[in-house]
Design a protein around this ligand. Structure first.
Ligand code: NAD
Length: 487
């Protein structure tokens, strides 16, 4: 399938594929083997202007917004079904485009994308407005209205899931949407657009503009007629988007940004072997290119040496392999720049005095692909750059601690606050630590739990607002208070 798959690289506006107004393209290069997969439309301001005008027009006309929630629900459920029906193709596109193992693309990314859309669609005809507690002769109605034109800018690590977390609630609440995928992984977003039309989403309601951040991304963020900008990506770009909003129309800006999540293991963890297996997965799954990667492993000193041994053992099941081999668990790094960044940080860790105990090398270079070994540094100090900066690769920093207070202090000593985990058999320690952690998600005795039913997002410089759950609707709707005084 990989050899014969027809790959679309054009933008999608008003229900059809088209090249960028300026005619420019850029190549999508596979990190699996360096092969050019497609030429992709390199959209710019002219494309943003066009797509926003169309999105605005259909919004005002009410083609989608005025449909009864039950009808929008039916269309979105059909969209989810089509994603499942095209699961092999979509999984393959993501694997070829950004290097994740095909087995994960097929069993994680595709089902999670469909679930995000289905769950949100199913909710939309079950959420009610409110009535204010008024005097007898008054009626105060509190309702939610769609924002209008939503621009969604997403990253490359989970191209479909990150898009689905935005477009599902944005579309469910009746907005028009312009999705800008990462230039490093645009292919599934482009394919999803046609599936949305096939599902019955009216033309112009869901548009996809591939291209670079500093061109089409910036144009959308500065656009005077975009009402809401939702983003997942790095903290630096997130901050820039707030500036763009302030320089333009004060559009609502919702940001899911970076992380440096602490995974805290106490000596009394219920099962140290299981904790080590999950700690390995927390840094090696998706090649460590995960915003919630458990990249700071805090281990109680009395079990630190034993635990590092267990992690090294567990990492044997996370050796890099060909992403199209169904047995592969750790795939290719998205591109050369990201691989260079990871290798640089491994060098930085060594020069900072941390002890490299596992991995540290680029491997399989002869395949033309971009692979690096999952890497473990022991004896890390939280002030080292490998412990404070987001690497976004499979590089783990092990930091020792002796008391719960010290663990909390180290864990919270970060500009980020996306996620954290705590492993202990003591219910008091578990809750005391969970309460003290400044993070949007806290996991007890496992890593990376949660579901569409739980909100996801960050404290501090990990972002604002929440994806998933009914809380996500807050981002895509304005609250209106309509007050009536009876004669
Ligand atoms: P990135 O910030 O470089 O890019 C994200 C998106 O922003 C891309 O589509 C890019 O083209 C666009 N962009 C870049 N500069 C822009 C600009 N000036 N104006 C408008 N758009 C611009 O991030 P990335 O490298 O694609 O992804 C990795 C980052 O994403 C990591 O920091 C990771 O933690 C974060 N992430 C966060 C979450 C979360 O939910 N908190 C989830 C996944 C990834």
């Amino acid at each position: 399938m990989a050899d014969t798959l027809a790959i679309e690289g054009r933008a999608y506006v008003k229900g059809s594929y088209r090249w960028a107004v300026n005619g420019e393209t850029f190549p999508s290069i596979s990190p699996v083997n360096g092969r050019e997969l497609a030429q992709v439309a390199s959209c710019d301001k002219a494309d943003a202007d066009k797509a926003v005008a169309i999105a605005r027009k259909v919004f005002e006309r009410g083609d989608w917004r005025e449909l009864a929630p039950i009808k929008r629900k039916a269309v979105l459920i059909r969209f989810a079904e089509l994603i499942e029906a095209h699961g092999d193709e979509l999984a393959l596109l993501d694997t070829l485009d950004m290097g994740k193992p095909i087995s994960h693309a097929r069993t994680v990314d595709v089902p999670a994308t469909a679930r995000a859309i289905r769950w949100t669609a199913e909710a939309i005809d079950k959420v009610y407005g409110e009535l204010a507690p008024t005097p007898h002769n008054q009626i105060g109605m509190i309702s939610r209205e769609p924002m209008g034109v939503v621009a969604a800018i997403v990253p490359w690590n989970f191209p479909m899931i990150m898009a689905a977390w935005k477009i599902a609630p944005a579309l469910a609440t009746g907005n028009s949407v312009i999705l800008k995928p990462s230039e490093k992984s645009p292919l599934t977003a482009i394919r999803l657009a046609a599936l949305a039309t096939e599902a019955g989403i009216p033309d112009g309601v869901f548009n996809v503009l591939p291209g670079f951040g500093h061109t089409v991304g910036k144009a959308l963020a500065l656009h005077m007629d975009v009402d809401c900008l939702v983003f997942t990506g790095s903290t630096n770009v997130a901050k820039q988007l707030m500036v763009y909003a302030g320089q333009s129309n004060m559009k609502r800006v919702w940001l899911e940004a970076g992380g440096k999540s602490p995974n805290i293991v106490f000596a009394d963890a219920p099962d140290l072997k299981k904790a080590a297996a999950e700690a390995a997965s927390a840094i090696a799954f998706n090649q460590g290119e995960v915003c919630t990667a458990g990249s700071r492993l805090l281990v109680e000193e009395s079990v630190r040496t034993e635990f590092v041994g267990l992690i090294r053992e567990a990492l044997k099941t996370w050796r890099p392999g060909h992403p199209l081999d169904p047995a592969t668990t750790c795939g290719a790094i998205v591109d050369q720049a990201q691989l260079d960044r990871i290798i640089d940080y491994i060098g930085i860790g060594q020069s900072e005095g941390a002890k490299l105990v596992e991995g540290g090398q680029r491997v399989m270079a002869e395949t033309g692909g971009l692979f690096v070994q999952p890497t473990v540094f022991d004896g890390v100090n939280n002030r080292m750059r490998i412990a404070s900066e987001e690497i976004f690769g499979p590089v783990l920093s092990v930091i020792g601690f002796t008391t719960a207070e010290e663990a909390i202090e180290i864990a919270n000593d970060s500009i980020y606050g996306l996620a954290a985990a705590v492993w202990t058999s003591n219910i008091n320690t578990a809750h005391k630590v969970a309460k003290a952690l400044r993070a949007g998600s806290v996991w007890i005795n496992h890593y990376d739990g949660g579901d569409m039913t739980a909100p996801f997002g960050g404290f501090k410089q990990s972002g604002n607002g929440r994806d998933k759950s009914l809380h996500a609707f807050d981002k895509y709707t304005e609250l209106k208070a309509t007050w009536l005084v009876l004669e």
